[in-house]
Design a protein around this ligand. Structure first.
Ligand code: GLN
Length: 483
């Protein structure tokens, strides 16, 4: 049952071959038995899941419900869940019980999904390896000595290990696509504004975007159908109709123009990863796509710009954690200043503190123009690169990451090398574009992801092109041993 796709299991639920309660029990048992090896979950919500499954079964018994009714999912612990702990991977929020549901949670509930629990993540979504979590590192199911990627590593590992069939993640600089790539699953970062950020704990608000994970493109389309849409509680949410993303999955991709950015295939890219991606490009040629080299000349500026803008926004967003309103509070503060200082230095981990320091510096009076303003100008240039490229091609194809999953601990003492593992994903957030990672092959038994980048609101096209690839390849069907 756990190796089925959402689309397959949905049919079985609707034809009453299996009940949602049976499905929920099956997956909860897997989590209990297998997750101790992975540490992908922060909270398991067994009672909540069984109640939701009963409600799903009632709907199904009446011949109602949709494609997601009764489907087991997990939520990244960055999404607020009413009455359930929402930690954001931080000691700061270890005691925080959210008083309301994030929009994404509401929408997925309304679609009938059954939430099994909340997934582990890098603290406040800052990281590329899931090692900055207060709850400990997550392990990659393909090799337990390696990272699953981050920051949505818990969600990606849980799907790869078939502990649930769908998951949510957030992507500020690559945190959906990078872990999807390293864990052999499919993950989509939608266009900025497509999925509401209401109730999604903020890291860098102009870059953060929630999106789905699943094993296949078709399943990702089903999840996106439920997650996308206008929400007046998020001022950057865009009021634009949501198409049914499954209806265009099987459109022909003959003649579709795919661009290969030369900057994404240059120095720094592991040779074996390059070979895998070249093979994927050949598959697209066989499917009738027209391949073209393109240039995104400002690519080299994306990491430097991101690592000014993201910390700047985080330093502002995280100012609210002061020990007064909610979250962690230090013991017996001497006075107000002591309360602030000790709460924040005891409640935040090292990486979060580093970002707050960098961001505060970049925004300070004497340096704002030199750093923050300059980074914003670079951001505009990066967006212009993509605007130019999309005059020539329909989608852009690249590797998701420069290397396969690295070893736990390998990059923890070297933040710059950690930051560079998002080198192919960061620019897409700066430009607000949609991007997807899907399984494209293996190097030394470790999965490699291929990234497809679309123009604004090009999700349907991305999913169509990704689905076409999955109809002629079976990388996405490979399951890690022992799971
Ligand atoms: N790895 C990047 C960072 O640490 C991106 C994280 C994310 O997308 N949330 O900021």
């Amino acid at each position: 049952m756990h190796h089925k796709t959402i689309a397959e299991l949905s049919q079985e639920l609707h034809s009453k071959k299996v009940s949602s309660v049976e499905v929920a029990r099956h997956f909860l048992e897997r989590i209990k038995r297998l997750d101790p090896q992975l540490n992908s979950m922060i909270t398991v919500t067994e009672d909540h899941a069984l109640q939701a499954a009963q409600a799903a079964d009632q709907k199904l018994a009446q011949g109602q419900g949709g494609a997601l009714t009764g489907i087991p999912i997990v939520q990244k612990d960055i999404f607020c869940t009413d009455g359930i702990k929402t930690s954001c991977g931080s000691k700061m929020l270890d005691n925080f019980i959210a008083p309301y549901d994030a929009n994404v949670v509401t929408q997925l509930k309304a679609a009938g999904t059954v939430m099994l629990g909340k997934t582990n993540m890098d603290e406040f979504a800052m990281g590329s390896s899931n090692e900055t979590s207060y709850y400990g590192a997550v392990k990659n199911p393909w090799d337990l000595e390696r990272v699953p990627g981050g920051s949505s590593g818990g969600s990606a590992a849980a799907i790869a290990a078939s502990l649930a069939l769908g998951a949510t993640g957030t992507d500020t600089g690559g945190s959906i696509r990078q872990p999807a790539g390293l864990c052999n699953i499919t993950g989509l970062k939608p266009t900025y504004g497509r999925v509401s950020r209401y109730g999604m704990i903020a890291f860098a608000s102009s870059l953060d975007q929630g999106g789905p994970f699943a094993k296949t493109v078709e399943d990702v389309a089903l999840l996106l159908n439920a997650m996308a849409g206008f929400d007046e509680r998020d001022s950057t949410s865009i009021d634009r109709p949501v198409p049914d993303y499954t209806t265009t999955l099987n459109d022909s991709i003959k003649g579709i123009r795919i661009g290969l950015p030369k900057e994404y295939f240059s120095e720094g890219l592991n040779n074996e990863v390059a070979t895998v991606i070249e093979a994927a490009v050949k598959e697209y040629e066989k499917l009738g796509a027209v391949i073209q080299e393109i240039t995104l000349p400002n690519t080299f500026l994306s990491a430097p710009a991101y690592y000014v803008i993201a910390p700047a926004e985080c330093s502002s967003n995280l100012a609210r954690y002061d020990g007064v309103r909610y979250g962690y509070r230090c013991a017996e503060p001497k006075d107000l200043e002591d309360l602030y200082k000790r709460t924040r230095s005891e409640g935040f981990g090292r990486e979060v503190q580093r970002r707050i320091m960098i961001g505060t510096y970049a925004l300070s009076a004497g340096y704002y123009d030199a750093y923050y303003l300059k980074a914003q100008k670079i951001r505009r240039l990066i967006r212009q690169d993509f605007d130019e490229a999309f005059k020539k091609v329909d989608v852009i194809l690249s590797p998701t990451t420069p290397t396969p999953a690295f070893k736990l601990g390998e990059k923890m003492s070297d933040p710059i090398s950690m930051y560079l593992s998002d080198i192919y994903t960061i620019a897409i957030n700066l430009a607000g574009l949609p991007g997807m990672s899907l399984p494209a092959g293996f190097v030394n038994k470790l999965p490699i992801g291929m990234q497809l980048i679309g123009n604004l609101f090009g999700e349907a096209k991305l999913l169509n092109i990704g689905h076409a690839y999955q109809t002629v390849t079976d990388w996405h069907k490979r399951i890690p041993e022992g799971f």
